[in-house]
Write a protein that binds this ligand. Structure first.
Ligand SMILES: [Zn+2]
Length: 261
C-alpha cells in the first residue's frame, strides 16, 4: 500500500513538474540565433565559428548553423565530425544553399534562389539535402536562403522537399506551406551586416520585448576580424540570458507550436 502511494505521489509530482515547465515556457520569450555561412576553409573550420560555438556551449546556449552544401562535396572527416558534434550538442544545422553564389548578367544580379531557373533551384536544394544525409547523417529541416533572396520558383523547389518544414527570413509574399520564422529588422545582432553592435541591439530589443520569438541573424566568420565584434555578440547573448529568454532551434520551436495548436 505504501509503495502504491509513493508511486502515485511521484506521478503527481512529475506531472506537476511538466505542467510548471510548460507554464513557465509559455511566458518566456524565445530566441533563435540564426548563424549563417558555415564553409570549410583552408582545411579549417573558421575560428569565428569555433570561438562562437565554444562560447555558446560554455554558456549553455543553443544556436543554429547555416550550412553551405558545397562544403560537403569533398571528404573532410574532421570537418564532418565538427558539424556532427554541434548537432549532437543540440544546435540545429540548417540548409543555407549549395553554392551561396551570385552572378551579374547585364544589369541583373542573379542569386542562387532569385532569378535562377526552377530546375537549378530544385537541384541546388536537393544537393545540399542529399549531401547532409550522406556525409553527416543529418536530415535538414530548416531552410534560409543566401542573402535571404528568393523568388516564386523557390516556393515550388522547397515544396518538393517535404522534410524541410521551416523557412527562415522569407522575404517575398508568395504563399508557402512552410512554417515561417520572420525577421524583425530593428532587432538584430549586426548593424550593419557583419558587425555586432550591443547598444543598437539593446535599443531594438527593448522595443520588441513582448514578441513571442525573435530570430537574430549573424555571421560568426566576420567576428574575429575585429575582437570587439565577438565581444559585442557575447554581450548580446549574456544580456538575453539575463532577460530569461529561452534559446531554441527552429525545429524545437515548430514542435512547441504544434503542441499548442
Ligand atoms: Zn549567407
Amino acid at each position: 500500500m505504501q509503495k502504491i502511494s509513493i508511486v502515485i505521489s511521484l506521478l503527481f509530482l512529475t506531472s506537476c513538474a511538466v505542467v510548471n515547465k510548460h507554464r513557465s515556457q509559455s511566458k518566456s520569450q524565445y530566441v533563435i540565433l540564426k548563424l549563417d555561412d558555415l564553409w570549410y576553409e583552408d582545411n579549417l573550420v573558421h575560428e569565428g565559428w569555433t570561438q562562437v560555438m565554444d562560447f555558446l556551449n560554455e554558456e549553455d546556449v543553443i544556436g543554429t548553423i547555416g550550412l553551405i552544401g558545397s562544403s560537403l562535396e569533398e571528404d573532410n572527416q574532421e570537418y564532418f565530425e565538427w558539424i556532427k558534434m554541434r548537432h549532437d550538442e543540440g544546435h540545429e544545422i540548417w540548409h543555407h544553399g549549395f553554392c551561396h553564389c551570385r552572378q551579374t548578367v547585364g544589369e541583373l544580379e542573379i542569386r542562387e534562389y532569385r532569378g535562377k531557373e526552377l530546375d537549378d533551384q530544385c537541384e541546388s536544394i536537393a544537393k545540399t539535402q542529399r549531401l547532409a544525409k550522406e556525409k553527416l547523417g543529418i536530415t535538414l529541416h530548416t531552410f534560409g536562403a543566401p542573402y535571404n533572396s528568393t523568388d516564386v520558383h523557390t516556393i515550388t523547389a522547397l515544396n518538393k522537399v517535404p522534410e524541410i518544414k521551416i523557412w527562415l527570413y522569407k522575404e517575398t509574399s508568395f504563399t508557402t506551406d512552410k512554417f515561417l520564422l520572420n525577421q524583425i529588422k530593428e532587432v538584430n545582432i549586426e548593424y550593419p551586416v557583419h558587425i555586432p553592435d550591443f547598444e543598437k541591439f539593446k535599443e531594438g530589443y527593448l522595443k520588441y520585448q513582448s514578441e513571442p520569438i525573435l530570430i537574430l541573424q549573424g555571421h560568426p566568420r566576420s567576428w574575429t576580424e575585429d575582437i570587439s565584434r565577438l565581444e559585442d555578440f557575447k554581450k548580446i547573448v549574456l544580456f538575453l540570458k539575463k532577460q530569461n529568454v529561452v534559446f531554441i532551434t527552429p525545429l524545437e520551436y515548430l514542435k512547441i507550436n504544434k503542441e499548442k495548436n
